[in-house]
Write a protein that binds this ligand. Structure first.
Ligand code: GDP
Ligand code: MG
Length: 315
């Protein structure tokens, strides 16, 4: 029923500071897990496209890495890709974690919130510079009563870059339907861009690496999660319907390798179990997952580490 009925189709980029909830919102709009989510900043490393279908409209949601003051090469590449995701979009949603702004309005900002506010202001000034307008979505409003957000709405509205403002909870779903309708209304007329049953535009090998990286990010601490990457080395489909996936976790130091393995290999075993459970569900068939750890001190300085996931190296 869906395919022939699509009369509008286009792209919508979700941009914002790290941890605003962009990947959570993307998954909710798409109705499936296409992007990984953790409580840590800079989880998303490259734009991930998910397909949302609503009525006669198909929207390709582009989840982007967080926008922040980047110094390391990988960080710079991530921020560049985030703006790249917004460049050709038919609609930009600037997603903001409302809690930092509410805290500021009420005079009690934490260190992490100060960063997030700086990043939000950086996005606003870059929108102005580029002469772009956006939909503002104030996220995480499940954390406080709406009336505490009203002064924040007034402040942000005065910036003059937003056409519409929504208060949402990407996690709980509050008002996401209204945001969805506003996004759909901005799509140009045209045929579907993707088949109706496709939810993600990411090679399965990369999606599978991302699932493992999500589990690693959730279990490892401090700098370590940012110093590693996961690559899918082989993917074999078997006749009995199962799939054998082999991945390598690349770390920068021997000490990191020991931490990823855990005592007697206990941590990597646990990571493998969790990733396999997700993959089995996502692929809807039995998965055999094999994880290895490799030390490569210079992986962040290698061009292939970037091109493989669609990031630019020379930024
Ligand atoms: N309370 C609350 N937490 C949220 C909401 N949306 C996202 N989060 C949490 O914020 C953190 C960052 O989410 P994520 O989607 O990875 O943010 P991203 O870095 O912008 O992609 C995660 O711990 C989410 O569970 C929300 O609406 N309410
Ligand atoms: Mg993300």
């Amino acid at each position: 029923m869906t395919e022939t009925n699509i009369f509008r189709a286009g792209f919508c980029a979700i941009i914002g500071a790290p941890n605003a909830g962009k990947s959570t919102l993307t998954n909710r709009l798409v109705g499936a897990k296409v992007a990984i989510v953790t409580h840590k900043v800079q989880t998303t490393r490259f734009p991930v496209r998910g397909v949302m279908q609503t009525g006669d409209t198909q929207v390709v949601i582009v989840d982007t890495p967080g926008i922040f003051a980047a110094k390391r090469r990988l960080d710079r590449a991530m921020v560049k890709a985030a703006w790249g995701g917004a460049e050709d979009a038919d609609c930009i949603v600037h997603l903001i974690d409302a809690s930092a702004w509410v805290a500021e309005a009420e005079g009690k900002v934490s260190g992490a919130q100060r960063h997030s506010l700086e990043d939000d202001r950086r996005v606003i000034s870059q929108l102005k510079e580029a002469g772009k307008r956006a939909i503002l979505a104030l996220n995480k409003i499940d954390l406080f009563p709406h009336d505490r957000v009203l002064p924040v709405m007034a402040t942000l509205s005065a910036e003059g870059v937003y056409d519409e403002i929504f208060m949402i909870s990407a996690e709980k779903g509050d008002s996401v339907d209204k945001l969805e309708a506003a996004i759909a209304a901005r799509m140009p007329e045209g045929p579907a861009l993707y088949p109706p049953d496709q939810v993600a535009d990411l090679p399965m090998r990369i999606l599978a690496s991302e699932v493992t990286r999500e589990k690693l990010m959730l279990r490892l601490h401090q700098e370590l999660p940012y110093q590693l990457t996961v690559e899918t080395e082989s993917w074999e489909e078997h006749e009995n319907g199962s799939v054998r996936i082999q991945q390598v976790i690349i770390v920068g130091r021997d000490s990191h390798k020991a931490m990823v393995l855990g005592k007697g290999g206990s941590l990597i075993k646990e990571i493998g179990k969790q990733a396999r459970a997700d993959l089995t569900q996502m692929l809807d068939r039995p998965v055999h997952l094999f994880l290895f750890v490799k030390v490569d001190e210079r992986w962040q300085e290698r061009r292939e580490s970037y091109s493989g996931i669609g990031l630019e190296f020379d930024v």
